[in-house]
Design a protein around this ligand. Structure first.
Ligand code: GTP
Ligand code: MG
Length: 301
């Protein structure tokens, strides 16, 4: 399209095209409208994008109000499933990690159908699914097959071993999430941590009441996603606010090609600032391997 758009626009377009959720599609589209060059030649494009956005916003409003018919779960991107006994705090955890508002109650077997939310972590999102209690008739083990990670949610260590045994066949990564830590004395907490460490468990201690450990848990989920965030910058402009999310070990070339196919061939110079560089504004080649939070500036022909 001869509209002389910068790669911020193509970035946004890629996010829009790759979007797995309506929410992501809307945010990509908004970004496209923001970053599209504004001149006579782009008037039609902008008008078309705005009409599309309006349609998506209307659709979003409808689904938000109809919402509740959760028959199947559509997997969207990286999926994390919460598994545990009743009252272990799964629904509370979903509420703490996402903006979902599931029913939370001290009564047993409150959750009868899966609840879904999206966790946002510094430009990356993950789908979180809160299931009915593992020992209830509403628990459906088949949902675990699609999971990228399983959080085993417990308030007693014994429960972890019981659940782990029951999930023997599931191959996804597991993280033990110990809830209700606000109810423990400091000495009890210390003893628990010593036990968890000696057993070399991949664990997190959290409280749904005080939110202690929640941001650490988000970081842990992010780390298990095996992705890095790369920010781009156009010469003379500020760094993009939305990162390109790409697999660990990606090169400059892979990032460029993810912006649009063939882009890497147009690059005459790449400047890098960030964790994979030795100094600020370092000139790097196309095969350079990137790290999380690197900033790239491409110069093109
Ligand atoms: N003090 C404390 N209470 C918590 C914590 N997490 C959850 N609760 C409370 O524990 C009760 C059960 O929480 P839920 O999140 O509904 O438990 P659940 O695992 O979803 O239970 P089911 O839906 O029955 O399987 C509620 O009263 C919550 O307010 C926590 O970290 N600390
Ligand atoms: Mg629940």
């Amino acid at each position: 399209m001869p509209i002389n758009a910068g790669y911020e626009y193509f970035n946004a377009e890629k996010r829009y095209l790759d979007a797995q959720t309506l929410e992501e599609r809307i945010s990509g589209l908004k970004e496209m409208i923001k970053t599209a060059p504004k001149h006579k030649g782009t008037e039609n494009l902008l008008a078309e994008l705005k009409t599309r956005l309006k349609k998506f916003l209307e659709k979003a409003e409808k689904t938000a109000s109809v919402g509740k018919g959760k028959k199947g779960i559509r997997k969207e991107g990286f999926q994390v499933i919460l598994v545990g006994f009743s009252n272990s705090g799964k629904s509370q955890l979903l509420a703490s990690l996402t903006n979902a508002m599931p029913k939370i109650s001290s009564q047993s077997y409150t959750t009868l159908e899966p609840n879904i939310g999206t966790m946002h972590y510094q430009g990356v999102s993950a789908q979180i699914v809160d299931l009915p209690a593992i020992n209830s008739k509403n628990f459906d083990i088949s949902l675990l097959h699609t999971a990228d990670a399983i959080l085993i949610v417990v308030s007693k260590l014994e429960d972890y071993f019981l659940i782990n045994k029951q999930l023997e066949k599931a191959t996804s990564k597991r993280i033990l999430v110990f809830t209700h830590i606000d109810l423990l004395e400091t000495s009890e907490l210390r003893k628990l941590e010593a036990q968890l460490r000696s057993k070399r468990l991949n664990y997190m201690l959290v409280s749904g009441k005080t939110n202690s450990g929640i941001s650490e848990l988000k970081t842990k989920i992010f780390e298990n996603m095996n992705v890095i965030r790369i920010y781009t910058k156009e010469p003379g402009k500020p760094v993009s606010s939305v990162p390109i999310v790409i697999s660990v070990g990606s090169t400059v070339k892979k990032v460029a090609e993810s912006i649009y196919k063939g882009f890497s061939k147009q690059i005459t110079e790449t400047r890098l600032t960030g964790p994979s560089g030795k100094f600020i504004n370092q000139r790097v080649g196309i095969a350079h391997v990137l790290k999380d939070k690197d900033i790239l500036e491409f110069k093109t022909r």
